[in-house]
Design a protein around this ligand. Structure first.
Ligand SMILES: Nc1ncnc2c1ncn2[C@@H]1O[C@H](COP(=O)(O)OP(=O)(O)OP(=O)(O)O)[C@@H](O)[C@H]1O
Length: 278
């Protein structure tokens, strides 16, 4: 665990004591974490653990109630513009203008980051090709499939060549070929000194792609470090289940029975029902 005190300026992302409460719900509970430069860092945790809230805070999208965070030594709230320029945050599909075409969306994203139109178009074409979207470059994003939308969201996060990429479930709904291409692009990005932070529920993917992982539960880090260290010689998924302890030993829904006709009244089956025509 990181030392208490100020964020470490040598880290890609350094968080200290982040805290966020929504009404009476504590979403993030004094979370501290260091993400080294050049790492491929996975954030994992059960639904509602606080991953998205944490990401929103260290990317400057959400002000914490307490705590501090720095991006490559730049305080996220004292130096927000600088910190944000260093980050490429993948938007959620409901956060993009779907009445633009894929190419228009990328040019818009590039120009928002201060790029000239010609440069944004050039980079846009490169990204569309890399994500197998060239044929749909001039189709409105609202007519894209879920996987295509995911890919265009990822491309918008990359257009300004950020030092750190932050991706929430980047492979969800993406087909295996595109997924392999995205993995290659991300691996190359890390090999050239970039830092990738992904949140994912797919433990096999985290185990295969990530160098480091943090397990978050109830708004706190319950384990963090290299994937090997956190897994401790076990399968990462098994280790995850041990750490968050979420398996219900006796999970059973009494009325959910695949072998018999159902009884919508919720009562015991009547003799008439049992004896009725099937
Ligand atoms: N804007 C909000 N208003 C109220 N409660 C919120 C808000 N955002 C998050 N929460 C609550 O904070 C907790 C953490 O949510 P968060 O979205 O950060 O979890 P997560 O780990 O990203 O979950 P998932 O894996 O399901 O996406 C949850 O209990 C959630 O209901």
């Amino acid at each position: 665990m990181p030392a208490p005190g100020a964020p470490d300026p040598h880290m890609a992302v350094s968080m200290r004591g982040l805290f966020k409460r929504f009404d009476d719900k504590v979403a993030v509970d004094g979370l501290s974490l260091d993400i080294p430069v050049g790492s491929f860092y996975g954030l994992v945790g059960p639904n509602g653990a606080g991953k998205t809230t944490t990401i929103n805070m260290f990317t400057g999208m959400l002000v914490p109630d307490a705590g501090a965070a720095a991006i490559l030594g730049h305080d996220v709230w004292a130096d927000t513009a600088r910190a944000k320029r260093l980050i490429g945050l993948m938007p959620q599909p409901d956060q993009i203008f779907t009445t633009l075409t894929g190419m228009q969306l990328l040019v818009y994203a590039g120009m928002l980051r201060g790029m000239g139109r010609a440069e944004a178009s050039r980079r846009g074409a490169d990204l569309l090709a890399a994500f197998d979207l060239t044929d749909s470059a001039h189709v409105m994003v609202r007519d894209y499939s879920a996987g295509m939308t995911k890919k265009i969201c990822l491309a918008t996060a990359m257009i300004h060549s950020p030092r750190i990429l932050v991706l929430d479930e980047p492979f969800e709904a993406v087909d295996p070929i595109s997924s392999a291409n995205i993995k290659d692009i991300l691996a190359e990005y890390v090999a050239t000194g970039g830092t990738v932070i992904i949140s994912s529920h797919v433990m096999a993917l985290v185990e295969r792609m990530c160098t480091h992982v943090a397990v978050i539960d109830h708004g706190r880090v319950v384990a963090a470090g290299t994937v090997d260290a956190v897994a401790g010689g076990e399968d990462l998924e098994e280790r995850f289940l041990q750490l968050v302890g979420g398996r219900h030993g006796a999970a059973r829904i009494s009325w959910l029975d695949g072998g018999e006709d159902g009884d919508a009244t919720g009562g015991a089956r009547t003799a008439a029902h049992e004896g009725g025509a099937r």
